[in-house]
Design a protein around this ligand. Structure first.
Ligand code: ADP
Ligand code: MG
Length: 381
């Protein structure tokens, strides 16, 4: 692919916060940006040079995005793969439709992990009543997850017995699902890699992630529990997974680490990831910078963590800590703490569970970042 120099316009499918941070990185490097998102107030649409307000499958909208853009990426993993395939007829699209399609389906994703020799949780596909009846009880207790369109713990039910499993499948409207055995997690990490058109792969340091109610709450780098063998296994696995997909762009692979140190792939996202937001403030190149570099054929460079960091997700719940009236947290007091970096996504109203922004806390030492994060949590209420 030919290198696309600053001054060109880069397009992104989806206008959420990931698209907004992508646009910020692209603009910093001197690119113009175009966003396709139906929502007039989408976080990325608000700050892009061009906002195409259309659905992902709208032919006129896709043609307009292509007209503006020298190359196109995606920020939302559920952009229909056929929309990316249609765009790819006239413009370089990274990541490509085929790789995104694998990430959109938990069954295909797990099959890909297995084909790469990367362990994943014991699981079975449930698409019919026959599959449900034939489930091996060794998968219980387990988690039933819709094969498609799940995120932030949505589309998941924890089940202990066959009866609960049957009720959960009914609750999920008998959509195609994957039943996964519940694993005893010691901790969770993710690996973000970027891969270029030329096959070069670079990775971020591993981040350790804490989820609350299925939603990422806290990311710490360096990971406090990580051991060198776990780190090596996870990085090798993520790089193999990306290369086998001939992936171009930024890919995040989430891993479970079990008590015996074994590393199990959970899922992957074909885009920058919430667990990599710290890279904006704590690394010399961020995950969004690498997304821009990969799609434009700019050489990739290995990111260097220059400060230990803690990232706190800011969910809409924080705006309702005093009751039903929406009140923003005391940003002035929080920003008085050294090393705090506030990122708000420009969403007009807060709702419980809605990702409103994140706070990255950097420090000279990991303990210092942790202490400041605790002080920030006190102020967040
Ligand atoms: P989502 O797409 O919503 O992020 P995940 O499959 O990553 O869905 O699940 C969300 C979280 O639920 C995980 O990060 C982990 O904390 C927990 N979880 C998911 N699958 C399992 C499992 N098989 N065993 C134990 N915990 C799990
Ligand atoms: Mg997940």
């Amino acid at each position: 692919m030919q290198y696309i120099a600053p001054g060109a316009t880069l397009g992104v499918m989806g206008g959420g916060q990931l698209g907004r941070m992508f646009a910020h990185a692209a603009q910093q490097m001197g690119y113009f940006t175009a966003v396709l998102d139906a929502d007039a107030d989408s976080p990325a649409g608000l700050i892009a040079h061009h906002h195409v307000r259309s659905g992902y499958l709208d032919e006129a909208g896709l043609a307009e995005l292509a007209r503006h853009s020298a190359a196109i990426t995606t920020e939302f993993e559920n952009v229909p793969a056929q929309a990316l395939a249609a765009l790819a007829k006239t413009r370089p699209v990274a990541p490509g439709a085929a790789a995104v399609a694998v990430c959109q389906d938990r069954a295909a994703e797990k099959a890909h992990f297995v084909s790469c020799g990367v362990p994943c949780a014991p699981h079975a596909l449930i698409e019919t009543a026959g599959h449900l009846a034939g489930i091996d009880v060794s998968l219980l207790p387990g988690i039933l997850k819709t094969a498609r369109l799940g995120y932030d713990g949505k589309g998941q039910v924890r089940v202990r017995t066959r009866e609960e499993l049957a009720a959960a499948w009914a609750e999920l409207k008998q959509a195609p699902c994957v039943l996964e055995k519940m694993l005893p997690l010691a901790y969770e990490v993710s690996v973000i890699v970027a891969r270029g058109h030329d096959g070069q792969v670079v990775h971020f340091p591993l981040q350790q992630n804490l989820h609350r109610d299925g939603i990422l709450a806290v990311t710490q780098v360096p990971s406090p529990d990580l051991t060198p063998p776990v780190q090596q296994r996870a990085i090798e696995a993520a790089e193999t997974i990306a290369s086998a997909l001939k992936y171009v762009g930024v890919l995040c692979v989430e891993f479970f680490v079990l008590a015996d140190g074994s590393v199990v792939a959970n899922e992957m996202a074909p885009r920058p990831h919430n667990s990599g937001h710290y890279s904006i403030d704590a690394c010399d190149v961020s995950q969004f910078d690498l997304q821009v570099r990969a799609m434009t054929g700019t050489p990739l460079v290995a990111p260097r963590l220059h400060s230990p960091a803690v990232m706190l997700n800011l969910l809409g719940d924080l705006w309702f800590r005093h009751g039903d009236t929406e009140v923003a947290p005391p940003w002035d007091r929080i920003l008085a703490l050294p090393g705090t970096h506030l990122h708000l996504y420009g969403k007009a109203s807060a709702r419980p569970g809605r990702k409103m922004g994140h706070l990255t806390i950097t420090g000279a030492m990991a303990q210092q970042a942790r202490d400041t994060a605790l002080a920030a949590c006190d102020l967040l209420g």
